[in-house]
Design a protein around this ligand. Structure first.
Ligand SMILES: Cc1cc2nc3c(=O)[nH]c(=O)nc-3n(C[C@H](O)[C@H](O)[C@H](O)COP(=O)(O)O)c2cc1C
Length: 204
Protein backbone atom coordinates (compact mmCIF):
# COMPACT_ATOMS: atom_id res chain seq x y z
CA UNK A 1 0.00 0.00 0.00
CA UNK A 2 1.46 3.33 -1.07
CA UNK A 3 1.75 6.21 1.42
CA UNK A 4 0.58 9.33 -0.40
CA UNK A 5 1.28 12.79 1.02
CA UNK A 6 -1.21 15.50 0.02
CA UNK A 7 0.58 18.73 0.87
CA UNK A 8 -1.32 21.94 0.21
CA UNK A 9 -2.00 25.56 1.09
CA UNK A 10 -5.52 27.01 1.17
CA UNK A 11 -6.62 30.46 2.35
CA UNK A 12 -10.38 30.32 1.71
CA UNK A 13 -10.74 26.56 1.99
CA UNK A 14 -11.48 25.40 -1.56
CA UNK A 15 -8.02 23.96 -2.23
CA UNK A 16 -8.48 22.11 1.05
CA UNK A 17 -11.79 20.72 -0.30
CA UNK A 18 -10.08 19.52 -3.47
CA UNK A 19 -7.28 17.97 -1.37
CA UNK A 20 -9.93 16.12 0.67
CA UNK A 21 -11.49 14.66 -2.49
CA UNK A 22 -8.06 13.54 -3.69
CA UNK A 23 -7.52 11.85 -0.32
CA UNK A 24 -10.89 10.10 -0.72
CA UNK A 25 -9.86 8.90 -4.19
CA UNK A 26 -6.52 7.56 -2.94
CA UNK A 27 -8.19 5.71 -0.06
CA UNK A 28 -10.93 4.25 -2.30
CA UNK A 29 -8.18 2.93 -4.56
CA UNK A 30 -6.52 1.18 -1.61
CA UNK A 31 -3.79 3.72 -0.83
CA UNK A 32 -2.99 5.56 2.37
CA UNK A 33 -3.66 9.32 2.13
CA UNK A 34 -1.96 11.80 4.46
CA UNK A 35 -3.38 15.33 4.30
CA UNK A 36 -0.88 18.00 5.31
CA UNK A 37 -1.38 21.78 5.31
CA UNK A 38 1.71 23.93 4.90
CA UNK A 39 2.42 26.36 7.77
CA UNK A 40 1.30 29.93 7.11
CA UNK A 41 3.64 32.35 8.89
CA UNK A 42 2.82 35.08 6.36
CA UNK A 43 -0.85 35.80 6.96
CA UNK A 44 -1.44 38.97 9.06
CA UNK A 45 -3.76 38.60 12.07
CA UNK A 46 -6.35 41.02 10.64
CA UNK A 47 -6.68 38.84 7.51
CA UNK A 48 -7.06 35.72 9.66
CA UNK A 49 -10.13 37.33 11.21
CA UNK A 50 -11.89 37.99 7.89
CA UNK A 51 -15.07 35.93 7.48
CA UNK A 52 -14.10 33.49 4.72
CA UNK A 53 -10.53 33.13 5.98
CA UNK A 54 -11.53 32.47 9.60
CA UNK A 55 -13.98 29.77 8.45
CA UNK A 56 -11.27 28.15 6.32
CA UNK A 57 -8.78 28.14 9.22
CA UNK A 58 -11.44 26.54 11.38
CA UNK A 59 -12.19 23.88 8.76
CA UNK A 60 -8.51 22.90 8.56
CA UNK A 61 -7.81 22.81 12.26
CA UNK A 62 -7.62 19.01 12.39
CA UNK A 63 -5.23 18.75 9.45
CA UNK A 64 -1.64 18.03 10.52
CA UNK A 65 0.94 20.66 9.54
CA UNK A 66 3.36 19.65 6.81
CA UNK A 67 7.05 19.34 7.66
CA UNK A 68 9.96 19.07 5.25
CA UNK A 69 11.40 16.21 7.35
CA UNK A 70 8.34 14.05 6.68
CA UNK A 71 8.40 14.37 2.87
CA UNK A 72 10.83 11.46 2.20
CA UNK A 73 8.57 9.15 4.22
CA UNK A 74 5.88 9.40 1.53
CA UNK A 75 6.03 7.12 -1.52
CA UNK A 76 4.47 9.89 -3.62
CA UNK A 77 3.28 13.46 -3.07
CA UNK A 78 0.45 15.61 -4.42
CA UNK A 79 1.01 19.36 -3.98
CA UNK A 80 -1.82 21.91 -4.07
CA UNK A 81 -2.08 25.69 -4.00
CA UNK A 82 -4.55 28.41 -4.98
CA UNK A 83 -3.55 30.47 -8.01
CA UNK A 84 -1.76 33.74 -7.26
CA UNK A 85 -1.19 35.74 -10.45
CA UNK A 86 -0.94 32.53 -12.42
CA UNK A 87 1.42 30.75 -10.03
CA UNK A 88 1.37 29.17 -6.55
CA UNK A 89 1.16 31.02 -3.23
CA UNK A 90 4.10 32.43 -1.28
CA UNK A 91 3.12 30.08 1.56
CA UNK A 92 3.74 26.96 -0.53
CA UNK A 93 6.87 28.54 -1.99
CA UNK A 94 8.13 29.32 1.52
CA UNK A 95 7.66 25.63 2.40
CA UNK A 96 9.42 24.48 -0.75
CA UNK A 97 12.26 26.94 -0.16
CA UNK A 98 13.11 24.99 2.98
CA UNK A 99 13.79 21.78 1.02
CA UNK A 100 17.35 22.70 0.01
CA UNK A 101 19.03 20.04 2.17
CA UNK A 102 16.55 17.41 0.99
CA UNK A 103 17.24 18.42 -2.61
CA UNK A 104 21.01 18.17 -2.15
CA UNK A 105 20.76 14.64 -0.77
CA UNK A 106 18.27 13.55 -3.48
CA UNK A 107 15.60 12.69 -0.91
CA UNK A 108 12.68 12.85 -3.35
CA UNK A 109 14.35 11.42 -6.47
CA UNK A 110 12.09 9.01 -8.37
CA UNK A 111 8.98 9.65 -6.27
CA UNK A 112 5.76 10.40 -8.19
CA UNK A 113 4.52 14.00 -7.92
CA UNK A 114 1.24 15.60 -8.98
CA UNK A 115 -0.21 19.12 -8.70
CA UNK A 116 -3.64 20.65 -8.13
CA UNK A 117 -4.97 24.18 -7.90
CA UNK A 118 -7.95 26.51 -7.90
CA UNK A 119 -8.51 29.86 -9.59
CA UNK A 120 -11.27 32.46 -9.39
CA UNK A 121 -11.55 32.79 -13.17
CA UNK A 122 -11.70 30.13 -15.84
CA UNK A 123 -8.77 31.51 -17.82
CA UNK A 124 -6.89 33.00 -14.87
CA UNK A 125 -4.17 30.42 -14.37
CA UNK A 126 -5.31 26.81 -13.82
CA UNK A 127 -2.75 25.45 -16.26
CA UNK A 128 0.03 27.97 -15.62
CA UNK A 129 -0.12 27.37 -11.87
CA UNK A 130 0.27 23.63 -12.29
CA UNK A 131 3.07 24.03 -14.81
CA UNK A 132 4.93 26.53 -12.66
CA UNK A 133 4.51 24.32 -9.57
CA UNK A 134 5.89 21.39 -11.55
CA UNK A 135 9.39 22.93 -11.72
CA UNK A 136 9.72 21.84 -8.07
CA UNK A 137 9.38 18.22 -9.20
CA UNK A 138 11.87 18.64 -12.03
CA UNK A 139 14.50 20.04 -9.70
CA UNK A 140 13.94 17.29 -7.14
CA UNK A 141 14.03 14.57 -9.81
CA UNK A 142 10.48 13.45 -9.13
CA UNK A 143 8.27 11.63 -11.66
CA UNK A 144 5.46 13.96 -12.79
CA UNK A 145 2.08 12.25 -13.13
CA UNK A 146 -0.41 14.31 -15.17
CA UNK A 147 -4.17 13.79 -15.60
CA UNK A 148 -4.15 13.66 -19.42
CA UNK A 149 -7.39 13.12 -21.35
CA UNK A 150 -7.74 9.33 -21.25
CA UNK A 151 -8.34 8.89 -17.52
CA UNK A 152 -11.52 10.90 -17.21
CA UNK A 153 -13.93 11.81 -20.02
CA UNK A 154 -14.92 14.92 -18.00
CA UNK A 155 -11.57 16.55 -18.85
CA UNK A 156 -12.79 16.99 -22.42
CA UNK A 157 -16.13 18.55 -21.55
CA UNK A 158 -15.84 20.37 -18.20
CA UNK A 159 -17.27 23.91 -18.07
CA UNK A 160 -15.64 24.56 -14.70
CA UNK A 161 -12.27 23.30 -13.42
CA UNK A 162 -10.35 20.15 -14.23
CA UNK A 163 -7.42 20.07 -16.62
CA UNK A 164 -5.16 17.53 -18.33
CA UNK A 165 -2.27 18.96 -16.27
CA UNK A 166 -3.80 18.31 -12.88
CA UNK A 167 -7.11 18.53 -10.98
CA UNK A 168 -8.37 22.10 -10.59
CA UNK A 169 -11.34 24.00 -9.17
CA UNK A 170 -13.07 27.14 -10.43
CA UNK A 171 -13.70 29.24 -7.30
CA UNK A 172 -15.47 32.48 -8.32
CA UNK A 173 -14.60 35.55 -6.25
CA UNK A 174 -17.15 36.89 -3.81
CA UNK A 175 -17.68 33.55 -2.17
CA UNK A 176 -17.13 30.13 -3.63
CA UNK A 177 -20.71 29.09 -3.00
CA UNK A 178 -20.87 26.38 -5.62
CA UNK A 179 -18.11 24.25 -4.02
CA UNK A 180 -16.37 21.53 -6.01
CA UNK A 181 -18.70 20.59 -8.87
CA UNK A 182 -19.39 17.12 -10.29
CA UNK A 183 -16.87 17.27 -13.15
CA UNK A 184 -14.10 18.59 -10.90
CA UNK A 185 -14.85 15.88 -8.36
CA UNK A 186 -14.89 13.05 -10.92
CA UNK A 187 -11.61 14.22 -12.43
CA UNK A 188 -10.02 14.44 -8.97
CA UNK A 189 -11.26 11.00 -7.91
CA UNK A 190 -10.17 9.25 -11.12
CA UNK A 191 -6.82 11.01 -11.06
CA UNK A 192 -6.24 10.08 -7.40
CA UNK A 193 -6.89 6.41 -8.18
CA UNK A 194 -4.44 6.54 -11.08
CA UNK A 195 -1.84 8.41 -9.02
CA UNK A 196 -2.11 5.78 -6.30
CA UNK A 197 -1.63 3.00 -8.85
CA UNK A 198 1.52 4.65 -10.25
CA UNK A 199 2.84 5.20 -6.72
CA UNK A 200 2.15 1.57 -5.82
CA UNK A 201 4.03 0.28 -8.85
CA UNK A 202 7.03 2.54 -8.31
CA UNK A 203 7.20 1.79 -4.60
CA UNK A 204 7.23 -1.99 -5.22
C1 LIG B 1 -3.38 37.90 -4.27
C2 LIG B 1 -4.30 37.03 -5.06
C3 LIG B 1 -4.01 36.74 -6.38
C4 LIG B 1 -4.88 35.96 -7.13
N1 LIG B 1 -4.58 35.70 -8.45
C5 LIG B 1 -5.47 35.03 -9.20
C6 LIG B 1 -5.20 34.80 -10.58
O1 LIG B 1 -4.15 35.14 -11.12
N2 LIG B 1 -6.15 34.17 -11.31
C7 LIG B 1 -7.33 33.75 -10.77
O2 LIG B 1 -8.17 33.22 -11.49
N3 LIG B 1 -7.58 33.91 -9.44
C8 LIG B 1 -6.68 34.53 -8.66
N4 LIG B 1 -6.92 34.70 -7.32
C9 LIG B 1 -8.07 34.02 -6.71
C10 LIG B 1 -7.65 32.73 -6.01
O3 LIG B 1 -6.87 31.92 -6.86
C11 LIG B 1 -8.85 31.93 -5.55
O4 LIG B 1 -9.55 32.73 -4.65
C12 LIG B 1 -8.36 30.64 -4.93
O5 LIG B 1 -8.41 29.63 -5.88
C13 LIG B 1 -9.09 30.22 -3.72
O6 LIG B 1 -8.42 29.10 -3.17
P1 LIG B 1 -8.56 28.77 -1.62
O7 LIG B 1 -10.07 28.71 -1.37
O8 LIG B 1 -7.92 27.45 -1.42
O9 LIG B 1 -7.88 29.84 -0.86
C14 LIG B 1 -6.06 35.45 -6.56
C15 LIG B 1 -6.33 35.70 -5.20
C16 LIG B 1 -5.47 36.49 -4.45
C17 LIG B 1 -5.79 36.75 -3.01
Amino acid sequence: MARIGIVYHSMYGSTHDLATILAEGVEKAGGEAHLRRVPDPLLPDEVKQMDGVAAAIDKQQDVTEATVEELPEFDAILFGSPTRYGSNTAQLQNFWDQTGALWSEGGLVGKPAGFFTGAATIHGGHETTILSMSTFAYHHGMVIVPVGYGLAEEVGSTRTGGSPYGPTHWSPMGGDKQGIDDDEREIALKYAAHFNQVADKLAA
